[in-house]
Design a binder for this molecule. Structure first.
Ligand code: GLP
Length: 240
């Protein structure tokens, strides 16, 4: 793991966007995945600005979403797909060559899961996977206790995630499951960039980076990735 401690959220966002852009410059037919949540907002804005300034050409690259709340489509407040469309894809003056966004509201969620696997199998492995980290160490919706051998899967949300999730959509939705790329697909990415900011992430970052590799802290698996960057602000790095 290469740990990059940034002075603040803005620097974390810029560094992560710059690293992702560098991966695409090296492999223009890239398969790219960014997370949802609060953490990546600055990073995806920075990345879109880089594309719009012609600093990185994504016309031959493909974008695939990491995860989604089961029951939410890309039109629902708090959905990862809405975040992708509004904060990233909608800002791009020159779009990705192709985009695959998970529909968590699909009537047949199993075929939605299968099509995520098929997309990654056809166009992968991922060139660059940017990830946030949940308060329990989840990556995407690979919740604590997850099987590291899984590809895309549907998984019950942990109690921790259920406690945190109202920050995205209040009491409007009560999802019970997530749909997510699996750890196998994340670990197959050529480059992984884990981002985190804020004092509330300091404990879990410490466990993920310095603790034992265990499904109880899914992000700890990244210690075994050959090319993983951990880009954190000083507050999230406080216990490293
Ligand atoms: C969410 C998403 C993850 C995200 C994580 C952290 O529930 N499933 O993809 O990385 O939890 O979210 P935040 O950045 O809002 O702390």
């Amino acid at each position: 793991m290469q740990i990059i401690v940034c002075k603040d959220y803005e620097e974390m966002s810029r560094r992560a966007a710059g690293l992702a852009a560098a991966c695409i410059r090296q492999q223009p037919k890239a398969l790219v995945s960014f997370p949802g949540g609060d953490t990546p907002l600055g990073m995806v804005h920075e990345f879109a600005d880089m594309v719009n300034r012609d600093e990185v050409d994504i016309s031959r690259a493909r974008y695939v979403s990491l995860d989604e709340w089961v029951g939410l489509s890309d039109k629902d407040e708090g959905a990862c797909g809405l975040f992708n469309r509004t904060e990233l894809l909608g800002r791009l003056k020159k779009p990705f060559g192709d985009v695959h966004i998970i529909n968590g509201a699909a009537a047949d969620i199993e075929s939605e899961r299968a099509s995520l696997d098929e997309y990654i199998a056809a166009h992968g492995p991922l060139t660059v996977s940017v990830l946030g980290i949940g308060m329990n160490g989840h990556l995407g919706f690979n919740e604590d206790g997850v099987d590291f051998d899984l590809n895309a899967h549907i998984i019950p949300l942990s109690d921790t995630t259920k406690q945190v999730m109202s920050k995205y959509f209040g009491e409007k939705f009560h999802p019970e499951y997530g749909i997510s790329q699996g750890i196998r697909q994340i670990m197959a990415a050529k480059t992984v960039i884990l981002i985190a900011n804020g004092a509330h992430k300091a404990d879990i970052i410490q466990q993920a980076v310095r603790g034992e590799v265990s499904p109880h802290v899914p992000a700890s698996v990244l210690q075994n990735h050959p090319n993983c960057y951990v880009v954190v602000d000083e507050a999230a790095a406080a216990k490293l």
